[in-house]
Design a protein around this ligand. Structure first.
Ligand code: 3PG
Length: 210
């Protein structure tokens, strides 16, 4: 069954923005997040091992729902589909990228930071979009201001979101989930402290709920 991006976003207490530098981290990181209750994972295409990491997680952590982030080009869409990604995420929505997404019917969270960008994506059929960079682009007050004029657009704010401020966003009627890197701190990954990451994930899932 193919889940819509909307269903995926609504099912996730938050979507971790993951940067994997060492392929050896991929599987234990995903196992820790899933064990802690965070199953929808966004592995960013920011490192040379990102696609291999995605393939390893898909092969070894069956309960993870694995997507790719930081997609910028049609080639990124091709690579993600070949790797088996369930969904994709982008900080923006350039025309060529969106054309590839539409051609492939790829479940996708495109990025926007303004009302016009959000309206254009809604016109293209995107029920939920990423609001990025959330805190720099106006934070929760900005999304609150958009909820009345744009009731048809739901958001996943990302960028500067933390466990301390996530509820400010999630309490809004137009926010279905949030994204953030706080559940996969680099220092814990380098130390191989997967128990610490599982605990952060567990605390995050319990605090944000569904
Ligand atoms: C990113 O682009 O890295 C994401 O928006 C995550 O931002 P954060 O590190 O502020 O959570």
């Amino acid at each position: 069954m193919t889940l819509s991006t909307y269903d995926l976003a609504c099912s996730a207490p938050m979507i971790p923005v993951i940067v994997i530098e060492d392929i050896a981290h991929a599987v234990p990181l995903a196992q820790a997040l899933v064990a802690g209750g965070i199953k929808v994972l966004e592995v960013t295409l920011r490192t040379p091992v990102a696609l291999d990491a995605i393939r390893e997680i898909i092969a070894n952590v069956p309960d993870a729902i694995v997507g790719a982030g930081t997609l910028r080009t049609p080639a990124d869409v091709d690579a993600c589909l070949k790797a088996g990604c369930t969904f994709g995420v982008s900080p923006g929505a350039p025309d060529a990228l969106m054309q590839a997404v539409a051609t492939n019917k790829f479940p996708f969270l495109p990025g926007c930071a303004t009302p016009t960008e959000a309206m254009r994506l809604a016109d293209q059929g995107h029920e939920v979009v990423k609001f990025f960079p959330a805190s720099a682009a106006g934070g929760a007050p900005m999304l609150k201001a958009l909820s009345s004029p744009l009731p048809n657009v739901k958001f996943c704010p990302t960028g500067g979101v933390s466990l301390d401020n996530a509820k400010d966003y999630l309490d809004l009627p137009n926010v279905v989930t949030v994204g953030g890197s706080w559940v996969a701190p680099v220092h814990h990954m380098i130390a191989g402290d997967w128990d610490a990451i599982e605990q952060i994930a567990r605390n995050t899932a319990a605090t944000l709920g569904n």
